[in-house]
Ligand binder design. Structure first.
Ligand SMILES: [Zn+2]
Length: 409
């Protein structure tokens, strides 16, 4: 009797009642029957509908009690619905769709699945991996249907790789709320187009700013689907390109000047790339002595350090002037990697300088992308991109959870 009232108090079951509770080989078996005082509701539209017949009994796994599995057993009714037309299976307040677990158990497992790999959650509760996957799927599909995307004005587009760089996913973030809006497989035009189709043209027209890497396929799609948005190339990606150029100068110089030079520049990679104020005392001393040698890498270093100033301008005009000067310096530096980088800037100038009109960058979502990488490293058990994406939504989209009568975790 006590168990019965506890189940009634913690599980949404209006229109139904508990017929009996028995201990079986499956655990506690809670038999549920319809409460004849209430009309059944249509499983599609939720309207009250006419009883037609009963389906076979179904089992719903519920949250274990003292480690004892709990199963609900019920034979769902079929109803004739006037509202949406047709014959459908009734709505059940404790479960949704064809799922074989209660919504409460789904939320319970999904909460654990945020903290542990799915395989470990499965092990912990003696379930199959598929049950955990379906719990996460339940919560995510609820959340995706209920979330409100109407406030999106600034988006950041970034990519993560799955399976060590073999498979790419394109992630779209809301830069204001720092949450994941969308994730799709690939990084082609079609991938980003799928995002805009998902978003819808009305919503896309409200986007004021888009931040992404200098990646041509994206640029074209953004211009087509969000023509009013200001496109800004992400400053951190730009800086990364610059760092790569500087490092290339170092490697080229070692190759040109041979073995002796290799010893001279040994272990200096981070000295050239780090912010000067982050250098250790030892590195500072080393840098000072290297600076006297008029090395190519030192010229590259000075160009890199000078470029830092670019981001500090308040107005586009001043930034543009600076960029022109820097471009001249870099293209006359006789350092090919820096010259190439300068030309990249020149070609993309418009969408780099737009930063000074719409100062957005993806650093805010970089943390999220790192989280995505952590999730991908934990990929054991993610058998497909679909489940991987599911987990990204689960961990990064801040989705609303189904409302429950009782908080189980
Ligand atoms: Zn209906």
């Amino acid at each position: 009797m006590l168990i019965q009232s506890m189940i009634k108090e913690t599980l949404e079951m209006q229109g139904f009642r508990i017929d009996s509770i028995n201990k079986s080989s499956l655990g506690l078996l809670v038999r549920i029957v319809a409460d004849r005082r209430f009309k059944p509701r249509c499983g599609i539209c939720g309207a009250m509908a006419e009883y037609r017949d009963n389906r076979r009994e179904r089992l719903f796994r519920h949250i274990p009690l003292w480690g004892v599995p709990v199963m609900l057993i019920y034979a769902p009714r079929r109803v004739t619905c006037d509202h949406c037309g047709g014959i459908h299976v009734e709505a059940l307040p404790w479960a949704s769709g064809k799922r074989r677990l209660t919504t409460a158990f789904g939320c319970f497992l999904a909460t654990w699945a945020r903290l542990l790999p799915w395989s470990e959650v499965a092990q912990l509760f003696q379930l199959s991996w598929g049950t955990v996957a379906s719990a996460v799927e339940l919560v995510v599909s609820y959340g995706l249907a209920k979330r409100d995307l109407s406030g999106i004005t600034h988006i950041g587009i970034d990519e993560v790789s799955r399976k060590k760089g073999h498979v790419y996913l394109t992630n779209v973030y809301d830069l204001k709320t720092k949450t994941l809006i969308w994730s799709g497989e690939g990084r082609s035009k079609e991938t980003l187009r799928a995002f805009f189709v998902f978003l819808g043209s009305e919503q896309a027209s409200r986007i004021q700013g888009v931040c992404c890497d200098m990646w041509e396929p994206y640029v074209e799609v953004i211009k087509a689907y969000a023509p009013k948005a200001i496109l800004v190339f992400d400053k951190f990606h730009i800086v990364r390109h610059l760092m790569d150029a500087v490092d290339q100068v170092r490697r080229d110089e070692i190759r040109e000047k041979g073995k002796e030079h290799k010893n001279l520049l040994k272990d200096t990679r981070y000295i050239w790339l780090k912010n000067p104020w982050n250098l250790t005392d030892k590195q500072k001393v080393r840098l000072t002595s290297l600076e006297k040698l008029n090395l190519k890498i030192n010229r590259a270093y000075l160009l890199k350090e000078a470029f830092r100033q670019f981001w500090s301008y308040q107005h586009r005009g001043w930034a543009e002037k600076f960029l022109k000067k820097w471009f001249w310096w870099a293209t006359h530096s006789r350092l090919k990697p820096l010259r190439d980088f300068a030309w990249i800037l020149r070609r993309h100038e418009e969408n780099i300088l737009s930063y000074f009109i719409e100062p957005i960058h993806n650093a805010t979502v970089e943390g999220l992308n790192n989280k995505a990488k952590v999730i991908s490293h934990r990929a054991y058990g993610f058998r497909s991109a679909k489940t991987f994406i599911l987990n990204l939504y689960h961990g990064m989209a801040n989705l609303p959870m189904p409302k429950l009568l009782h908080t189980f975790v």
